[in-house]
Design a protein around this ligand. Structure first.
Ligand code: HAM
Length: 419
């Protein structure tokens, strides 16, 4: 026998028993996208590596350690891997916004996509090399109302998929005016205790001191005493953050201010947020996250335009639903169409007519004994069996109760099964 080949490490096959939960989260995401007036976009799964290096920052984990490089064919000009699989969609969407001159459209633009992302990280539960996000972006609105609207939208998503106890963590990390002062304060504070920092944090301290705050190995007392972003905000950033908070209060959104929340990508300014199951805070646990990126469009070559968005991890959402035992809406009842006769055409015609009426139908095309066909229909999850006899006669068997009605018309089958 030939050696079998497995799926690549850090990827997963979603088998039929897993997909109803995925159908549910995707349906909720699409429905909310429509109700919140987001328009769908799609961008390539791979982009020029430079887009991510410039957009997400050279020192972000996604760029520094986790880039999934894509090479062209052997011997081609692209053999040296000028592309990378997208680790996240925001940079690609902003690239498309600039490339297609979308700033001339009536704004602010509200864009959304659902799709796979790729990060070459060490796989573990809830962390995969290929995972899916529901992403929303609003480009051209400086807030703070839209900031509150998006945080409320994220919360509504988790409620609608049936999760309980989701909390939004919210922070403001300032802008080009006040961030430098905050960075200096962090560097001064941590440099004085440098020997207590992890190797990663020591390396990062001078490049990106904010990231030291979300190092999971940071000693609790060091974390608690660290300068807080909110104490270093300039007047505009402070007014913006106060605005976001009072709007969240007015909307009744469940949130808490989290002074350690800094986000892992470099494009963020001002509002940053993440969603967690209460008590499950910590790296790798975030169900979703996002924030404002008021400098990104300009950084990627467009005219200065504010932006904000979030990405919700669908894999982690489904895992959390499994952990909480979230009920899924019942699947529509499946109907098996069986027949004792050899007349397969009649079985297919009856199946087709039932499908015209909107039912889900699984015909049995075999010439096995009726009992065997009933048995395999029930095993396949059918709730009803329609038995095609000779002539026009149909019988309807309720596979749950065993009750059977003979000599029943197609219309009566449809109303019995739909009722
Ligand atoms: P992010 O925080 O890097 O943000 O990712 C968003 C969510 O994707 C995470 O909260 C998590 O649920 C999920 N996720 C990330 N990495 C993995 C992984 N390796 N395996 C499974 N799930 C994962 C962004 O990607 C930003 N683009 C969000 C955004 C949009 N900001 C502004 N607009």
């Amino acid at each position: 026998m030939a050696r079998t080949i497995g799926a690549p490490r850090g990827t997963r096959d979603l088998l039929p028993e897993a997909t109803p939960a995925w159908d549910r989260v995707e349906a909720v995401a699409r429905d909310l996208s429509r109700r919140y007036a987001f328009e769908r976009v799609e961008t390539p799964l791979f982009e020029q590596t430079d887009l991510f290096a410039r957009g997400l920052g050279e020192s972000s984990d996604a760029v520094e350690k986790e880039m999934f490089r894509v090479a062209g064919a052997k011997g081609s000009d692209e053999e040296a891997a000028p592309w990378a699989l997208r680790p996240e969609p925001t940079a690609g969407i902003v690239r498309a916004f600039i490339e297609h001159g979308m700033h001339v459209r009536p704004g602010p633009l509200r864009l959304t996509l659902i799709g796979p992302m790729f990060r070459y990280d060490r796989p573990q539960a809830g962390r995969y090399r290929q995972f899916s996000q529901w992403d929303v972006e609003v480009i051209g609105d400086a807030g703070p109302a839209v900031d509150a609207e998006l945080i409320e939208l994220g919360q509504r998503f988790f409620t609608d998929v049936g999760l309980t106890d989701v909390v939004a963590h919210v922070n403001s990390i300032g802008d080009a005016t006040c961030r430098p002062g905050y960075r200096d304060a962090l560097i001064a504070y941590f440099a004085a205790q440098e020997e207590r920092l992890s190797e990663d944090s020591r390396r990062r301290l001078r490049v990106n001191p904010l990231r030291v705050l979300d190092d999971k190995d940071l000693a609790p007392d060091l974390a608690a005493g660290a300068p807080r972003g909110v104490d270093h905000l300039c007047d505009e950033c402070r007014a913006h953050f106060d605005g976001v908070r009072s709007l969240l209060d007015a909307l009744g959104v469940r949130y808490e201010v989290d002074h350690r929340l800094v986000r892992g990508l470099d494009y963020y300014t001002r509002t940053a947020f993440e969603f967690y199951i209460a008590g499950r805070e910590g790296q790798q646990q975030a169900l979703g996250g996002g924030g404002r990126y008021d400098g990104l469009v300009e950084l990627l070559g467009g005219r200065p335009t504010p932006g904000i968005g979030f990405g919700i991890g669908l894999d982690r959402t489904v895992l959390a639903m499994e952990e909480q035992g979230t009920m899924l809406p019942p699947q529509p009842a499946l109907v098996a169409v069986l027949g004792a006769s050899e007349d397969q055409a009649r079985r297919l015609r009856v199946a087709s007519a039932l499908r015209d009426a909107g039912l889900a139908v699984r015909p049995d095309g075999s010439s096995r004994k009726l009992g065997k066909q009933l048995e395999s229909g029930a095993k396949a999850g059918a709730r009803w069996a329609v038995i095609v006899g000779d002539g026009d006669a149909l019988a309807l068997k309720d596979l749950a109760s065993g009750e059977q009605r003979d000599q029943i018309s197609l219309e009566d089958v449809v109303s019995a099964v739909s009722g």
